[in-house]
Design a protein around this ligand. Structure first.
Ligand code: KIV
Ligand code: NA
Length: 277
């Protein structure tokens, strides 16, 4: 395959081909996502919780995000790369938002940024788009404002809330977002929104009729399994495999059965005898 661009994403949407997206946080995860043929990679601020052990996504900084973006960009050359703007990097002013979005491009080697919020963030999104940076929107469950939402909970479950979500999606489309993440929304609502707007929706916990899907790398591989949301399918259960490999290693170290001869560097007898003399 070749490098995915905005044009390819548009084409896939037009041809009704679902867009496959996953998060990645470092070089090996990016390499493997690329080898798996992923269309898009998100360096999500979910990394705060699943890879850095923070309690929420709100504490991660621009510098921490950019550090991970650079690692991902070194591993993935084909997927379209999106950097997730962290909490506090785009809310205070549109100027600040454009400045920080620019850092994702110049310092993080990303091709696009994502920010959370609907109608209230549309002007900020528009300003970043006007600065020449493609923006991925994000509506529904927006983890950076989980506290304000009263926790990690499904959004758009009432007629009023569903109507608000549709308005949010339309505002982001109007602002120039090339696609919109829709998180934790009833599948019927997500499908309806997808039909009503002309840019692709990327669903997570939003049913099968969005224009694409995104999952969190460490969740879907069963590496981070302290909390697995209902919407996350575990395509592998890696944690028990990893723990058992680490246990075997520990056991073999204690028993001196590792390293085996195959893992050792020989010195030839002649040199060894010379050395002993
Ligand atoms: O941070 C993240 O991983 C995300 C995706 C779940 C969309 O925002
Ligand atoms: Na995020």
């Amino acid at each position: 395959g070749t490098k995915r661009t905005i044009i390819d994403l548009k084409k896939m949407h037009k041809q009704n081909e679902p867009i496959a997206m996953v998060t990645a946080y470092d070089y090996p995860s990016a390499l493997m996502a690329e080898m798996a043929g992923m269309d898009m990679i998100l360096v999500g601020d979910s990394l705060a919780m699943v890879a850095l052990g923070y309690d929420s996504t709100t504490s991660i900084t621009m510098d921490e995000m950019l550090h991970h973006c650079r690692a991902v960009s070194r591993g993935a050359k084909k997927p379209f790369l999106v950097g997730d703007m962290p909490f506090g990097s785009y809310q205070s002013s549109a100027d600040k938002a454009v400045e920080n979005a620019t850092r994702f491009i110049k310092e993080g080697n990303m091709e696009s940024v994502k920010l959370e919020g609907g109608v209230e963030m549309a002007d900020v999104a528009r300003r970043i788009v006007r600065a020449g940076i493609p923006v991925l929107g994000h509506i529904g469950l927006t983890p950076q404002s989980a506290t304000a939402l009263g926790g990690f909970r499904v959004q758009g479950k009432t007629a009023e809330a569903a109507a608000q979500l549709l308005e949010d999606a339309q505002a982001l489309e109007d602002a120039g977002c090339y696609a919109i993440v829709v998180e934790a929304v009833p599948d019927k609502v997500a499908e309806y929104i997808t039909q009503q707007i002309s840019v692709p929706t990327i669903g997570i916990g939003a049913g099968p009729q969005t224009s694409g899907q995104v999952l969190v790398y460490l969740d879907m591989l069963g590496i981070f399994d302290r909390f697995v949301p209902k919407f996350c399918k575990q395509y592998a259960k890696m944690a028990p495999e990893i723990i058992s490999a680490l246990q075997n290693y520990t056991k073999e170290v204690k028993a001196r059965s590792f390293p085996a001869p195959a893992n050792c560097y020989p010195i030839n007898d002649e040199q060894w005898n010379l050395f002993l003399k």
